[in-house]
Design a protein around this ligand. Sequence first.
Ligand SMILES: Nc1nc2c(ncn2[C@@H]2O[C@H](COP(=O)(O)OP(=O)(O)OP(=O)(O)O)[C@@H](O)[C@H]2O)c(=O)[nH]1
Ligand SMILES: [Mg+2]
Length: 593
Amino acid sequence: MHVLATAGHVDHGKSTLVRALTGMEPDRLAEERRRGLTIELGYAWTSLPSGERVAFVDVPGHERFLGTMLAGVGPVPAVMFVVAADEGWMPQSEEHLVALRTLGVRHGLLVVTRADLADPGPAAKDAGGRLTEAGLRTGPAGGAVETLAVSGRTGEGLDALRAALDRLVAALPAPDPEAPVRLWIDRAFSVRGSGTVVTGTLPAGRVEVGDELELDGEPVRVRGLESLKEQAESVSGVARVALNLRGRVAGERGHALVTPGAWTATGLADVRVTMAEGARGPLPGRLTAHIGSVSVPCEVRPLGPEAARLRLARPLPLHVGDTLLLRDPGRGQGELRVLARATVLDVRPPELRRRGAARERAKALAEASADAASLLRTHLLLRERELVAMGSPPPGRPVTGDWHADPGHWTNLLARLPEVVRRHADAHPLEPAMPLEAARHELGLPDRRLVTALVRPPLTVADGRITTGRTAAGEAGLPAPVAGAVRTLLAGLSSTPFQAPEAGRLAELGLGPREIAAAVRAGALLRVADGVVLAPGADARAAAVLARLPQPFTVSQARSALGTSRRVAVPLLEHLDRRGFTERVDDVHRRSV
Ligand SMILES: Nc1nc2c(ncn2[C@@H]2O[C@H](COP(=O)(O)OP(=O)(O)OP(=O)(O)O)[C@@H](O)[C@H]2O)c(=O)[nH]1
Ligand SMILES: [Mg+2]
């Protein structure tokens, strides 16, 4: 299926043409029929000669209903532009064309209607030139816009128009059925006994019965699905769809049903501003932003010549690359109201607090594209799902887990980590290995895994700490005075290996509990109990001495065999018990194991 919107000045015959093509009535309201004027969007459909089905969203041409017109064309990829032969190019012809151009609608054809009332030639020539100039085309890229002359009254030219519509739809790009769903609601009503029904133009993606979608952040379940009044199990865009939603849902025009997690609901967006044809800056501070079927008031904060920050009156599900149309709702008749296109470059813009931040941001935005590389340049690190919700598939491989990094930032972090680890080691000589968490904090990273991913030799990670590679064994890594004291102490122990130095001697050497702990961690000392330290390996040597004693033996026998005091022997034997070198036989005796 394909969906086309009409466009053109009031009374130029849009609805008459849709009626003649489809046999359906686009003007459903009694007031519309009475006044002969379209007020609300109308919907009708038919099959083309090829068998392709085409639905029309018929828009009002009256200048007072520009907002409704924009809601109609917003989600639609192509247009049937109508100009009356007897009136030619008129103000809303111009305004609608500027709107289409601003929204980036590229596909369409021109129908010169009321050809029974006047020679369609001049209007066709004039309008055809303007549409082609605006970049509208009927066939493949580079082609021109086709112009058809018809009379909705006599039916003349309708067959040729149907053939041209076939050429138009054949050239439309096929939307991605896997794209995330964003269905801008254009009508909502409740049906007794079956909950809420919302309708809209699905531009891409697929909706299925049973799907869970989100409406303003709330989950909603698709209970039933219709397209062109026919029930369906699943519908892919482009299509007109009516969704029956479970429960009472506060859906209304301008709200959107979206794939959960696939969009960023935001009231703030940084955009590139492109002034509409004929419009001059600067933009007023308060405008109306249009996208899809929605219009919301917004505040415009200019950042630079082409960059601005939009503050929307309510959050909308947006992606980078989205196009918003900015309109001045305050302007009156004959004035230019469609002012600019705003191309979304960031849906989570950074705060601008510092002096000069706005100018810097404008510079960054001037060079930005609506892609992941630009987003990463601003946000530095983003998770895959954040990028997806922002509308940019991740670029290349993650740096770790699902984290993506700006390459420049990552290089910078790689350079900073060894420096940070070294500084930590200098500040904490007794515990030089830096906890990952401290490094994470120091580098301002959101996830500890990122720190691990930054570790490169000679840095290593063990037990949740980063070492500089200098602290691996022995006294290495100990501050020089501690290493010196340990060396002296070990020299003293070499002839009397089990005579642990007294507290006074330790104090004299400057070895307090923290220094001893560091030396033990570094493997330079063996700590048997509080204040009882020996050389590393002294326990195994003691076990060997004790194994030569008659078994079992007493503490006193062990003490004299080891040539030490009870102060050392008692905790040393307990240590040997724990290590499995010895075991208790009774209250008095032990034996070697
Ligand atoms: N003679 C003649 N009259 C036409 C033709 N098309 C439309 N009209 C008449 O022109 C008037 C306006 O037609 P509509 O189809 O309502 O025009 P519209 O473009 O839908 O108008 P809005 O929706 O209000 O913008 C009606 O009186 C139609 O009968 C045509 O081809 N020939
Ligand atoms: Mg109409």
